[in-house]
Design a binder for this molecule. Structure first.
Ligand code: C2E
Ligand code: CA
Ligand code: CA
Length: 606
């Protein structure tokens, strides 16, 4: 081998080695250091600059899993790279080492003087303020001030992350420093962790009951079971101080099973004592659904204690639906077919609530009115949304119950909207079963018709025909196209009302139902007409499920594919009233056509 060849070869080896080093030290997606390289670099800095005052900062994109689920991995990755780029941009002015610690958590080392926590928190939030995804993104920041360099870098990162835990799910604050409070909190959490087992043995977990009221009569219609931990040294611990810990450690299913059975036992007691028993709702956590045969458990507990299934109601939080829809939707179906009532908990606090409404299969919406708190929403938007939700729910035939009701004004507001059931400090805090029993002992305190028994659900049909400001606003608060029709059962299909999104989806102008133009049959593609009319006829018997279909709309010679779900509402004179949600289905239709073509080509090659 010539000297030249040898040189080339050595160069090539050096290049490969560099490449390998790169792969070993960097995160592929973002180009930031990986955890191992980060720790090495931090150690190097500590060694090089013994005099400098350092901090470790962690950033956590909240609900990142939700974004991944909802918008897909490509969008998820794009967001991760975007945040990494922002961090790199910032780094330009300082000597900073940055890493991506885990999927959605970043960390960096910087000098204390370079970061002013509040300003940095605001800066980070400004990065994602106008991020082009239809979701509010929050990045939480935790800061650990390096006082002793002898502790492992990993632990420093952990401490910065503990600080993050204190601001997670906090709407107002996104930055926290690791300090004595955080340390005390971590220590007490750790102590609780050690006491979990003995607490089961000593029956320290107690069911508390918060009554639900009929606000027209101020009588009790039901209750919700809420757990409390009566700790021998620490006293009464509220769930927010231990439920997250129990979730992280997979204790929740075991605890919930216990609470569910306790609840059945209490109801049995009331019956045995001759009191008027009321239905009680229990909480089902997302983790329960993935680790317990939930429906089987409820069947077993109600049978064991000999209580009717209507006494047990099941609360599942709205955000659980946003994540693993199918698993949860089928559980809801199963529970309902077994005779348990299902409530969607915390409705209105999560994502695209109004959008969820059209695919919903629960019995009751439990609406958290705490989003009405002053300051949380500008321009009374919260009130407007609440109005929309309650009215929409009425149309669809869903019951509603409001929670977190604290004031007389809130109660009146609900009364006016026709939401007659409520729970909240205004009426009663969660109380012990003994206190609850004292209360229902007196039959005058218990409502004649219990929660959900009064099926006086009336659709405000006439309201749909009067074009008042309220209805307009309500319709436009609904996400996606939405229209109300009147149908003679044959070939006259009139559009009564629609929102602006309806026009955007279909390209139709919204026309006046009173004139000849009102008949929308001619807007339907001739080949699809009979199918669409048939769908309307079928929707009459399909009840709550509605009927789905794909069809073409033609307007001004423009053809658009539309996916519609049609629901029957009520009779009005000799005609029937329906409503439908409509979405653009161009993409769906294209895929269907391609599949069809593929099938045909397979046939011909046979
Ligand atoms: P949640 O299911 O939304 O329960 C309602 C919470 O709101 C309760 O807090 C209740 O005390 C509180 N609350 C009721 N009325 C008002 C009001 O007017 N104003 C305000 N500010 N708050 C009110 P709690 O008992 O601390 O429970 C907190 C959360 O812990 C519950 O929220 C639920 O998510 C969870 N949790 C409680 N018990 C259990 C359980 O047995 N199993 C599971 N998985 N989770 C539970
Ligand atoms: Ca609940
Ligand atoms: Ca709730």
């Amino acid at each position: 081998m010539s000297a030249d060849d040898t040189k080339k070869m050595l160069e090539e080896i050096a290049r490969l080695k560099d490449e390998l080093d790169h792969i070993r030290s960097y995160d592929e997606l973002t180009g930031l250091y990986n955890r191992k390289a980060f720790i090495e670099k931090v150690r190097e800095r500590f060694f090089e600059y013994p005099e400098k005052d350092y901090i470790i900062v962690c950033l956590d994109i909240e609900k990142f899993k939700f974004i991944n689920d909802r918008f897909g991995f490509v969008e998820g990755d794009r967001l991760l790279s975007y945040v990494a780029d922002k961090l790199k941009e910032r780094k330009g002015s300082y000597d900073v080492v940055i890493t991506r610690l885990t999927s959605d958590v970043y960390a960096f080392l910087d000098e204390n003087k370079n970061i002013e926590p509040e300003a940095f928190g605001a800066e980070v939030q400004s990065w994602v303020k106008n991020y082009p995804l239809d979701v509010d993104i929050k990045i939480a920041v935790g800061i650990y001030h390096v006082e002793s360099r002898t502790i492992p870098v990993r632990l420093m990162c952990d401490r910065a992350r503990f600080a993050i835990d204190t601001v997670k799910k906090n709407y107002m604050i996104n930055v926290a420093e690791y300090n004595k409070d955080v340390r005390d909190y971590m220590i007490s959490q750790n102590e609780l962790l050690n006491d979990i087992e003995s607490a089961f043995l000593n029956h320290e977990y107690k069911v508390y009951l918060q009554p639900k009221f009929d606000i027209r009569t101020n009588k009790v219609v039901g209750a919700e079971s809420l757990v409390r931990w009566v700790h021998p040294r620490k006293g009464l611990i509220p769930p927010r101080d231990f439920i997250p810990l129990f979730e992280q450690n997979m204790i929740i299913p075991r605890l919930d099973e216990y609470i569910w059975e306790e609840t059945c036992r209490l109801i049995r007691e009331w019956i045995d004592k001759g009191y008027k028993a009321v239905p009680v709702s229990v909480n089902v956590s997302r983790l329960d659904i993935f680790s317990l045969p939930v429906a089987e458990k409820f069947v077993a507990f109600t049978e064991k204690h000999g209580i009717d299934r209507h006494f047990i109601e099941i609360e599942i939080t709205e955000s659980a639906f946003a994540n693993d829809e199918n698993k949860i939707l089928s559980l809801v179906d199963e529970l309902r077919s077994l005779g348990f009532k299902v409530l969607m908990d915390d409705f209105g606090t999560g994502y695209s609530s109004l959008n969820l409404l059209k695919d919903i299969n629960v019995d009751v919406l439990k609406i958290d009115t705490r989003f009405l708190e002053p300051g949380r929403n500008e321009n009374n938007k919260g009130k407007e949304i609440l109005e929309s939700i309650i009215r929409m729910a009425k149309w669809i035939g869903l019951q509603t119950v409001a929670e977190g009701v604290e004031t007389d004004a809130q109660k009146l507001f609900l009364l006016n909207l026709g939401c007659y059931y409520a729970q909240g400090f205004y009426f009663s805090k969660p109380i012990s079963p003994e206190q609850f029993e004292e209360f229902i002992k007196n039959p005058d305190n218990v409502s004649e018709t219990l929660f959900g028994e009064d099926n006086e659900f009336t659709i405000a049909i006439e309201e749909l025909f009067t074009s008042d400001f309220m209805t307009e606003r309500l319709l436009n608060n609904i996400l996606g196209g939405f229209a109300i029709y009147e149908f003679d059962g044959k070939d006259d299909l009139k559009l009564i009302k629609a929102n602006t999104a309806y026009s955007e989806v279909t390209g139709n102008y919204i026309i006046n139902a009173d004139n000849e133009e009102g008949n929308v049959v001619k807007r339907i593609h001739p080949d699809d007409r009979e199918r669409v009319l048939e769908a309307f006829r079928n929707a009459r018997t399909a009840e709550v499920e509605g009927v789905s279909l794909l069809a073409r709309n033609v307007y001004d010679e423009k053809v658009v594919w539309i996916s519609a779900r049609i629901f029957y509402l009520a009779e009005r004179g000799k005609r029937s009233i329906y409503y439908a949600s409509l979405t653009d289905a161009t993409e769906q239709a294209r895929i269907a056509a391609e599949l069809e073509a593929l099938k045909n080509s397979l046939k011909t090659t046979d």
